[in-house]
Structure formats: structure tokens, C-alpha cells
Design a protein. Structure first.
Length: 449
């Protein structure tokens, strides 16, 4: 098997940054060393001088919507996995609200087959809950399925599980992690009706977080967390967007937690002050909210109340984003630039790079029990990212976007870091702006503790 040596790098892994090297043998990491490599290792088949750059474990994005099948006019597994590896994301977990919805093990298997044919990155999938598929959830193979996705509030797709009875039943009968989109559907509807009655339907984007407000999120999160604690069942709160929800969460490492939580880069970078300038480009569900929420979420990343950072990557064509707070579709593509954005925020003093690696690589692997990924460790798959964290500043534009939708909400942002190399299972998938689209990822294995 071919061997690759990456040396002269600062390895960011397990809470520290160490100068050293990594030897890859075939698919796996064979050696992680400090300092300079021995001369014998310099005879590897491929030798990469990292020039003092950062070497990270591949990012694991546990919340994406790749739109495949049924919505492939705006994205599919091929295009979005390419965008992923260009941004240092080596593994993804895709959500079930496709057409048809992924609400059976057969549908999951179809997605796995499709990904094996076209995905450059490693892949995993959720099975979705409905009000009548409990048997499918009970019979699913949770070594090949990431968990059960529950939509407590309406979003893209038609998979609403509104009542507590079904969620309680899933917690009692299904042996899997439950990941919830926590927005209270009844409160959301009443907010919408009240706003329309007062202001009409031609609402500017600033009304989006008024309709999908704090109470909408907090009420649903309280219900989900209460049920999880009542039944002793593992729960992962997705895309937490409010300071209020943080009161439901514990600080520290995810080990031993019954309830863990995710937020997304958009909630850490933006606030409702940007709706006037960016409009529907930052419209997503849950809504981006106040500066105070953004700041509280940043602090929660640092303290561990937030366990993971994932993108909720949700591509739409720009023409679908036109309209009002009621009619423009919700969701944005972020996977290609999520690591770049987070590292830029670290450079500006908001985070430490070890926090970013913990929340975007280590903890996703821990929470989902992903086998042999998420760390720079000997015997683990060689999913690695080399980042120039001190490059000449450049400005992101829509033309950079590799997603089929062809745009990014970060257009106009000037940054001074970039992904130089992404390795997936020991193969170069991206290097110096070149995508090696013939590379194929592997199915993720779940449930490893």
C-alpha cells in the first residue's frame, strides 16, 4: 500500500497543538510523531511539507441536506460532497427530508448505495420519524444509521411529529439517538397568524425571527429535554439558536450527558441585525436571532454547553430565496466554508482552534459513536485537513461555491485562512484548489463507544 508522509505541521488534536508529522499507510494513520520525522520516513511514496500549517482531523458535519433524491435541481450527493471536501469536511450525515422521505431502512439503503457511487466524502444518514413508522424505526440497523430525526416544527419537507405521544413512544421503544428540530408548531402558527393579521402578508425578512421567535424554540426544547430525562433516552438538540435554550444544557464534555446540543456557524456569525443587508440569504429555520443570542452561543461553545457545530447545509437556488419572510424558502449552503468561517472567528479571538476541532471533529465522533474517525490517532482512518491559517487575505464570492445552487451567504467576507489539502481514507481528495472527484468515501459505522 502507498505511504504518505505529512511533516512540518502543527497537529491540532485532543485539546492541544503539537509540532510534528503524520505517516499514512493505505487508508489508515500509521504513525503520529512529534518533531521531525526520521530520514527513513522521508522515503514515503508521497511526501508533503506542511510548511508549519495546521493539520486537523477531517471535519464531520453531522447535519446536512444534500437534496438527493428528489430535489437534485439544486444539489445532490456528488456536488455537495465535492463542496464538502473543498472545505475540509471529510464525513457528513444527511437528513431524511428528501423526496421521497427517508423513513424506512430500505430508503436508507438506497441512499447508501447512491453515496457509494458518487460521494467523495464519507457518508451516513438519519432515518426520519413520522406519526406512523414506529416499526420501521424499531427495526432499523443503527450500526448503519446515525439515529432518528424528529421534526417537532414544520420545516422543509413533510415529516412533522407534532404531539408528545409519538416522541415519548420513540424514546421508550427505539434503541437509538434521537436528534430533534425543536420548534413548537402550534406557537409558530399562532405567531404567524397574529403577525399577518396586524401587518399583512408582504412582510420584510426582519419578521422571520418574530414569527419563529425564542418561545417557539424554548417551548419545544423544554418538551424534548423533559421527555428525554423522563425516559432516560439519548437526545441531541439540533441547531440551537437562543440563549434561553442553553439553560437546559450542561457544560463540559459530552461523555455521560443524556442531552447534547448542536449549533451552527450562522448562529455564531450572524444576528438579526444582518437581515436588512443579507435578507433571505440568511433565512433559515430556526431563525437567526438577537446579538445577545449569538454572543451567548459563542460562550456556550467555549464552555461545552454546546457540544457540536454542524452546518445544516441546505442548498436552494437563489430564485427560490426571493420573496418575503413568508414566501422565501429557508436554508443556506455552508459546508464548503464552515471551517474557514470558524477559523476566521478564532483568528479574531472568539474561539480557540482546539475548541473548533473538538466541536467539529472530536465530539461528533463521540456523540454518534463513529468508528475510527474524528481524531488524529494511529489506527484511525486517514481523514486529514491541512489548513494555511495565515494566508494573504482574500474575499469569498459566489463564484467560489461548488454547491450546485451556486452561491454562499458568506459572499463578501474577507478571510485569511484556506484549506490546502483534504485527505479522505488516505487518498488526496482536494489539494491546492484541485478536486480529485474519482475518490470515493466510505459508509460511516455508528454506535461505537
Amino acid at each position: 500500500m502507498a505511504r504518505t508522509l505529512i511533516y512540518n505541521v502543527n497537529i491540532v488534536n485532543e485539546g492541544c497543538v503539537r509540532y510534528g508529522y503524520v505517516l499514512v499507510d493505505g487508508e489508515l494513520i500509521a504513525k503520529v510523531g512529534e518533531g521531525e520525522p526520521d530520514s527513513e520516513l522521508m522515503g514515503a511514496d508521497t511526501v508533503v511539507d506542511g510548511k508549519g500549517r495546521l493539520l486537523l482531523p477531517g471535519i464531520i458535519d453531522t447535519h446536512v441536506h444534500f437534496r438527493d433524491p428528489g430535489l437534485t435541481h439544486k444539489a445532490d450527493m456528488a456536488t455537495e460532497s465535492r463542496a464538502a471536501v473543498a472545505g475540509g469536511v471529510t464525513s457528513f450525515i444527511d437528513m431524511p427530508n428528501t423526496k421521497p422521505a427517508t423513513v424506512s431502512m430500505a430508503a436508507v439503503d438506497d441512499k447508501i448505495r447512491r453515496a457509494s457511487e458518487v460521494s467523495v466524502a464519507n457518508y451516513g444518514f438519519f432515518i426520519g420519524a413520522t406519526d406512523d413508522n414506529i416499526q420501521e424505526l424499531k427495526n432499523a440497523d443503527y450500526s448503519r444509521v446515525a439515529g432518528v430525526k424528529v421534526f417537532m416544527g414544520s420545516s422543509t419537507g413533510n415529516m412533522l411529529v407534532e404531539g408528545d405521544d409519538m416522541l415519548a413512544r420513540i424514546m421508550q421503544e427505539v434503541p437509538a439517538l434521537i436528534a430533534v428540530h425543536a420548534e413548537d408548531e402550534q406557537l409558530l402558527k399562532s405567531n404567524r397568524e397574529a403577525v399577518v393579521a396586524r401587518y399583512g402578508e408582504d412582510l420584510p425578512m426582519e419578521f422571520h425571527p418574530v414569527i419563529r421567535n425564542h418561545k417557539v424554540c424554548v417551548r419545544a426544547s423544554e418538551r424534548a429535554v423533559g421527555l428525554a430525562r423522563k425516559y432516560g433516552h439519548r437526545l441531541h438538540l439540533l441547531h440551537v439558536s437562543t440563549a434561553d435554550e442553553l439553560e437546559l444544557l450542561e457544560p463540559g464534555s459530552p461523555e455521560g450527558k443524556l442531552v447534547t446540543a448542536e449549533t451552527c456557524p450562522q448562529y455564531l456569525a450572524f444576528s438579526d441585525e444582518q437581515y436588512d443587508m443579507l435578507g433571505a440569504r440568511i433565512k433559515c429555520n430556526p431563525a437567526i436571532k438577537r446579538p445577545a443570542d449569538r454572543d451567548a452561543l459563542r460562550e456556550a461553545v467555549r464552555t461545552g454547553r454546546i457540544d457540536t457545530i454542524a452546518t445544516d447545509h441546505a442548498p436552494h437556488l437563489l430564485e427560490e430565496k426571493r420573496g418575503t419572510a413568508l414566501t422565501a424558502v429557508s436554508g443556506m449552503p455552508l459546508i464548503q466554508f464552515s471551517l474557514t468561517l470558524m477559523l476566521q472567528m478564532a483568528e479574531e479571538g472568539m474561539f480557540d482552534v482546539v475548541d473548533i476541532v473538538e466541536k467539529m471533529a472530536h465530539n461528533p465522533a463521540k456523540i454518534y459513536g463513529i468508528a475510527r474517525r474524528g481524531f488524529v490517532r494511529e489506527g484511525y482512518y486517514a481523514d486529514l485537513v491541512l489548513v494555511d491559517n495565515d494566508c494573504e487575505p482574500y474575499t469569498i464570492t459566489d463564484q467560489w461555491a461548488l454547491s450546485r445552487c451556486g452561491w454562499t451567504p458568506l459572499s463578501g467576507l474577507t478571510v485569511s485562512n484556506k484549506v490546502e489539502l483534504t485527505m479522505v481514507n488516505g487518498e488526496m481528495a482536494y489539494r491546492f484548489g484541485v478536486l480529485f472527484s474519482s475518490v470515493r468515501g466510505k459508509a460511516l459505522e455508528f454506535g461505537v463507544r
